[in-house]
Design a protein around this ligand. Structure first.
Ligand SMILES: NC(=O)c1ccc[n+]([C@@H]2O[C@H](COP(=O)([O-])OP(=O)(O)OC[C@H]3O[C@@H](n4cnc5c(N)ncnc54)[C@H](O)[C@@H]3O)[C@@H](O)[C@H]2O)c1
Length: 432
């Protein structure tokens, strides 16, 4: 069995490393964050993902997965898989410096039989850039392929075994070598003509997803203006009619959607994409839309606001709050009312993780505690806990004349009618 080195044990690296170990490969994980290495000492990932911790524990015990802070013990690996983050800087430009630093480190440990797999989401041309950087310092031509991660957080350990794996090698040898590896993990591999084509597939996936949400959100914004219900309309339009299948409207973000549109946008010299960035900014504008609506109803001097759901999505559940629209909402609320106390509840994100974003947040372990005497309650994601909330109980617990703003319209049609319940996209419909 081959030896594999996975560089970066974040969300993507950890799930892949452990899945490969589970298939019998000997996997070495390299990670520089001491907190992640500390958590692995207890056979635990630093994030929530169903099945993952059991698989980490099992594969460590079987000697198929180990974690390290340096390359000393992994020099003879057949594959080096880069899963480093590709964040945006303050100007929304992708920062590839961490990837290029790893490239430099790899030039000292790879040999002519090794294959490098780039798995992070990158702008078009990055795989070739890494190839050129390595070729300039090596005496042999390195094998390299771009093989994107496309799993969904919350179901990654299943999807990694079932989704087709896109492969874009710099040459045929590189694609063949990447295929040899991934065909042990999943049943379908799709070999692309170039690394650039594979890079474009990943960006196409996420930009398309963002644009689909943006269309649903645009319809919701229009419906609020027209006093119609977007939920009624989107459901009817898609009913037994395959050409108008839209998601329901709501605030979408997360570690991929919040940045991949910008990465896509920076991939061109002589072309400016027409709709991707507009779609992203429309998706981000929902927070302002909701706050304008609420402040028209109750002014800006509310004393207590509650946010239900800090994770960037609720279905499937995750504890990941990176790029969550709840963070944007918190910043905007503080912008209009700096004295307002903000209370939050999330079933999976820990107090430490939440307070790391804003130390002023009041974190609660139950919905009644978080919503007690609140003036405004925002429901921010579709976690199953919020889908069946008892509105009567919620309003009784809140301050008099409190407002519930349900961004996903989950409680439209709930048996307990209240005229202070509002759903995004159905502002004037209430929940009767
Ligand atoms: N999170 C997702 O669901 C997802 C899905 C598809 C693609 N992606 C893409 O995959 C990439 C990684 O995403 P992520 O969410 O795992 O990011 P992450 O930031 O959680 O993980 C990256 C890890 O790399 C480590 N690291 C940084 N420099 C290092 C070095 N020199 N040596 C060893 N380790 C180093 C960091 O400490 C971190 O733990 C990004 O490009 C992202 O856009 C993410």
């Amino acid at each position: 069995m081959k030896n594999i080195c996975v560089i970066g044990l974040g969300y993507v690296g950890m799930t892949l490393a452990v899945s490969l170990a589970n298939k019998g490969f000997r996997v070495y994980g390299i990670e520089i964050n001491p907190l992640i290495l500390e958590s692995l000492k207890d056979s635990k990932a630093h994030f929530f993902e169903p099945k993952l911790n059991d698989m980490i524990d099992n594969n460590i015990k079987l000697g198929r997965f180990s974690y390290h802070s340096h390359y000393d013990e992994v020099y003879s690996c057949d594959y080096f898989i880069i899963t480093i983050g590709t964040p945006l800087d303050n100007h929304k430009k992708v920062n590839l410096s961490m990837i290029l630093k790893v490239t430099d480190e790899l030039s000292r440990v790879i040999n002519k039989n090794s294959t490098i797999i780039l798995r992070s989401t990158v702008k078009i041309g990055t795989t070739r850039k890494i190839f050129n950087q390595l070729s300039a310092s090596l005496e042999f031509k390195p094998k390299i392929a771009f093989c994107p991660e496309r799993t969904i957080e919350g179901d990654a350990m299943n999807e990694i075994l079932s989704l087709p794996q896109i492969i874009g090698g710099i040459d045929e040898d590189s694609s063949d070598s990447a295929h040899d590896l991934f065909s042990k993990l999943t049943t379908t591999t799709v070999i692309m003509s170039t690394p650039e084509a594979a890079e474009m597939v990943k960006l196409t996936d996420n930009v398309t997803r963002d644009i689909r949400f943006a269309i649903a959100n645009e319809i919701a914004l229009s419906c609020d203006q027209l006093k119609l219900s977007a939920h009624e309309i989107i459901r009817a339009a898609g009913r037994d009619y395959p050409r108008t299948k839209l998601p329901l409207p709501g605030p979408v973000g997360g570690p991929c959607l919040e940045k991949d549109t910008y990465i896509y946008n920076q991939s061109f010299n002589d072309y400016t994409p027409k709709i991707a960035v507009d779609a992203r900014s429309l998706n981000e504008s929902l927070i302002d839309h909701a706050l304008v609506f609420i402040t028209k109803k109750i002014g800006t001097s509310f004393g207590k606001v509650t946010i239900l759901g800090m994770a960037f999505k609720g279905e499937p559940p995750t504890n990941d709050i990176r790029g969550s629209m709840s963070l944007k909402l918190i910043e905007k609320i503080k912008g209009i009312n700096s004295l307002c106390a903000i209370h939050v509840y999330d079933s999976l994100a820990t107090e430490k993780e939440i307070k790391f974003t804003h130390s002023f947040l009041n974190v609660h372990k139950s919905i009644p505690d978080a919503t007690f005497e609140s003036n405004v309650v925002f429901i921010m994601n579709q976690n199953y806990e919020f889908q069946n909330l008892d509105l009567n109980k919620l309003f009784l617990n809140m301050a008099e004349k409190g407002i519930v703003y349900d961004f996903w319209g989950q409680l439209i049609g709930s048996s307990s009618y209240n005229s202070n319940y509002f759903a995004f996209g159905s502002h004037d419909i209430h929940n009767s």
